[in-house]
Design a protein around this ligand. Structure first.
Ligand code: CAA
Length: 284
């Protein structure tokens, strides 16, 4: 793992730009790859803003901030990742999209390169099957906001080698995160437990048990959650929540994972939470 210098990050959305941020802050060169210039511009702008925030709070020096920014190169052509020593994918939470990316990364990158996914629920075992190197495919699940949250859920696919697991566990430590080992199962641990909580909170709102504000107050004041479940759902993205519920529903075949109909309707309406300006709450 000492040889890792250049890291490829696929996707400059909330998770991708946060992941690029922590790698750059910890001294790695980063290629941040997107499909369209406007998504890349938005991701790079967020990355800059978050690094500036850390510098303003004295968490990093102004020099370290500048150095981190200079380590990040935005690219639109995935073939540019051929030089990378490690690649992590943080694209949409759709299996077909990720499968195509993994097959492509298998073609583009050196055969010794570990390919990780920041998937929040999709099987690392299945992603490994899209490549000719399933022993080098692994889940490396960061949490939003990535520069702040300490956890990395490290998900072993059935075919992931011990060597790959140890390399990613050590890499997470180098990024000043705390790795937790989890085996491959729908939603892993984090979203298997979190998403049904958020989904149930949505049912409570849909059924008129309480307002979104009241549900959130219960969890903030009664359980000391930093955000109530509906604020958190808006923060994660309602489309992401729905995708994860569908992975749980399909993966376990248990009706208890049925997505809340209100969630489905809100996603259909384009009310995706904070990023779209409207979810359970309205945002400026
Ligand atoms: N980049 C850098 N620093 C950031 C940041 C970012 N994007 N966002 C927040 N911060 C920093 C702030 O600058 C602040 O720093 P100081 O402590 O030095 O002042 C600190 O984090 C706290 O932020 P705020 O003061 O703005 O606000 P807060 O105290 O309300 O905390 C929060 C914000 C950290 C987001 C907190 O509300 C929280 O922990 N919420 C829960 C988040 C959570 O559950 N995340 C997991 C979501 S699930 C997921 O990601 C995975 C999945 O698969 C769905």
């Amino acid at each position: 793992m000492d040889e890792i210098r250049l890291v490829g990050v696929i996707g400059a959305g909330t998770m991708g730009n946060g992941i690029a941020h922590v790698f750059a802050r910890c001294g790695y060169d980063v290629m941040l790859c997107e499909v369209e210039q406007r998504f890349l511009d938005r991701g790079l702008a967020t990355l800059r803003k978050d690094l500036e925030r850390e510098a303003a709070k004295g968490k990093i020096t102004a020099e370290a901030m500048q150095a981190a920014l200079q380590r990040v190169t935005g690219v639109l052509d995935r073939n540019r990742l051929r030089e990378c020593d490690f690649v992590i994918e943080a694209a949409t939470e759709k299996f077909e999209t990720k499968k195509e990316i993994f097959a492509d990364l298998d073609r583009i990158t050196r055969k010794d390169v570990i390919l990780a996914s920041n998937t929040s629920s999709i099987s690392a075992t299945k992603l490994g099957q899209a490549t000719g190197r399933p022993d080098k495919v692994i889940g490396m699940h960061f949490f939003n906001p990535v520069p702040v949250m300490k956890l990395v859920e490290v998900i072993r696919g059935l075919a992931t080698s011990q060597e790959t697991f140890e390399a990613i566990r050590d890499l997470a430590v180098r990024l000043e995160k705390t790795p937790v080992e989890v085996n491959d199962a729908p939603g892993f641990v984090s979203n298997r437990v979190l998403m049904p909580l958020l989904n149930e909170a949505m049912y409570a709102v849909m059924e008129g048990v309480a307002t979104a504000e009241a549900v959130d107050e219960v969890f903030k004041l009664g359980m000391a959650h930093p955000m109530g479940p509906l604020t958190l759902a808006d923060f994660i993205g309602l489309d992401v929540c729905l995708d994860i519920m569908r992975v749980l529903q399909e993966g376990f075949g248990d009706p208890k994972y049925r997505p809340c109909p209100l969630l489905v309707r809100m996603v259909d309406a384009g009310w995706l939470g904070k990023k779209s300006g409207r979810g359970f709450y309205k945002y400026e």
